[in-house]
Design a protein around this ligand. Sequence first.
Ligand SMILES: [Fe+2]
Ligand SMILES: [Fe+2]
Length: 173
Amino acid sequence: MRVLLADYPRERWGEPTLAEMARFWLGVHENFRRHYAHMVAIADHWRNGHSDLRGLHGRLIPSVDQFLQHLDMHHRIESGQYFPIFRRIEPRIAHGVDLLDRDHDAVHADLEALLQAAVAFHQDIQTDAPAAGDTASRLADVLNAMGPRVLRHLHDEEEIVIPLIATRADEIG
Ligand SMILES: [Fe+2]
Ligand SMILES: [Fe+2]
């Protein structure tokens, strides 16, 4: 499924001739990696005793909210708009694209869990619930647990999709 990677290996992705659309795709993924690391850093800051629950709430909830919206939208556009085009113009990667689609479902379950954990923490803070520390811990756990799946998906998708875009951008439009 990484059939095209040999023709266009990762070492070449930094070349100035890389198609604009491929550069954009990599940039969007890099933003997700940075955003994820930022949320983990906020949670760690609290876990290490450098901020209180209200500080954690004020910084983490807006960041989680944005992450959920952006990643959900990103996957919708990929699965709904681009993956069908990729399958059509290059049947050799169709199987790989199917796996990426399944990744989206798995990551979506992670996003659901993150939403639930964030809502629970937000409600506990709003109501001054004594359990707020526990729900904050749970939120941080959910955040850590989803990391490997999300980051792995970004990596795998790039290896299947970037060589195709880099060489056939004109057919994708
Ligand atoms: Fe994706
Ligand atoms: Fe993506």
